[in-house]
Design a protein around this ligand. Structure first.
Ligand code: NAD
Length: 338
């Protein structure tokens, strides 16, 4: 089956070609991001492969359908960038990679916690400049601290297990509690309790209309002063303006982001020779207690291998009607990503 791959980076091509060796699909790699302006490039391609910042709104889907596409094979877990209802109306199948390595993202979230907690970003720069002073690098033990995990699906559960291993008191909020986590000692509580009790809050729920700006000014006010907030899920879970105000007032003591509301215009590109025009993003970069990575939580060898394998297995399953097709259906309001 012909598959046009949008937003291709060299690593996507390498892993997808590797996984395709035994399958024989015809892959066309495009660097362009999928948008209303580029959708026509997929004309004649029965399947389209897209990533997190590709635009799959109703208009783009209509164009893809008119060009002969029938399958959208997402090479990611989240599908907030796809108008699922419009796809269903057009008769387009949307498939995704529901699980590739929850450990990759969970470990990255914990990496951000440890970086902030022990100020490793600042220590790294100091030592490189021959500055071995410890002033300003005082950290705190994770052991005994209360961590709130919002969303205990695959990634949140992996993060909760790691943090449990550190000796943290792990509180969780999810409409669907995980009995195995409860058996480990993780306690489910209301979002309000997490806000009131957590020293560290880590977000692992999907972005849906209900969770858009889940962390806004009102939510931040209800949190413990000096809280550490970690977001490796989707940028728009957090209201950037509100978080900047909370950083300035000290209400938020540490912020670790792997995702950002307006990341589509920034991430996955080398912009080091260009002046960044996003003033909110550049403001975030000025805080010494903020660490940002450019959506690299998924970026491990294991995850990329699994992503490529499942993406192409989805294409084969769609083409042959055999094997598991990880199709996405419109989320029920309460059970967002289940
Ligand atoms: P998952 O579907 O396994 O788990 C999501 C969990 O969130 C579910 O248990 C669900 O019940 C829960 N949930 C839904 N709505 C909620 C709400 N309002 N409050 C609390 N919990 C809620 O998904 P996953 O594989 O664990 O991925 C989680 C998110 O991580 C994805 O939606 C995606 O946005 C993000 N992600 C980021 C990266 C990265 O590279 N940074 C990579 C993969 C996934």
């Amino acid at each position: 089956m012909r598959l046009t791959v949008f937003s291709t980076k060299s690593y996507d091509e390498a892993f997808l070609e590797g996984a395709n060796a035994a399958r024989g699909h015809s892959l066309a790699f495009l660097e362009a991001r999928l948008s209303r302006e580029t959708a026509a490039l997929a004309e004649g391609s029965a399947a389209v492969c897209a990533f997190v910042n590709d635009c799959l709104d109703a208009e783009v889907l209509k164009q893809l359908h008119a060009g002969g596409s029938r399958l959208i094979a997402l090479r990611c877990a989240g599908f907030n960038n796809v108008d699922i209802e419009a796809a269903a109306e057009l008769g387009l199948t949307v498939a995704r990679v529901p699980a590739y390595s929850p450990y990759a993202v969970a470990e990255h979230a914990v990496g951000l916690i440890l970086t902030l907690n022990r100020k490793l970003n600042r220590a790294y720069n100091r030592v490189r400049e021959g500055n071995f002073s410890l002033d300003g690098l005082l950290g705190f033990d994770l052991h005994g601290r209360t961590v709130g995990v919002v969303g205990t699906g695959k990634i949140g559960a992996a993060a909760a297990r790691i943090l449990n291993g550190f000796g943290c008191r792990v509180l969780a909020y999810d409409p669907f509690p995980d009995a195995e986590l409860q058996a480990l000692g993780v306690r489910y509580a209301s979002l309000e309790s997490l806000y009131a009790e957590a020293d560290i809050l880590t977000l692992h729920c999907p972005l849906t209309p209900e969770t858009h700006h889940l962390i806004d000014a009102a939510a931040l006010e209800r949190m413990k002063r000096g809280l550490m907030l970690i977001n490796t899920s989707r940028g728009a879970l957090v209201d950037t303006r509100a978080i900047i105000d909370a950083l300035k007032s000290g209400q938020v003591g540490y912020l670790g982001l792997d995702v950002y509301e307006e990341e589509a215009n920034l991430f996955f590109e080398d912009l080091s020779q260009i002046l960044i025009q996003d003033d909110l993003f550049t403001r975030l970069l000025t805080f010494p207690n903020v660490v940002i990575t450019g959506h690299q939580g998924f970026f491990t060898h294991e995850a990329l291998t699994n992503i490529a394998e499942t993406t192409l297995a989805n294409v084969t399953a769609f083409e042959t009607g055999h094997g598991e097709l990880h199709a996405v259906t419109a989320p029920k309001r309460a059970a967002a990503s289940k």
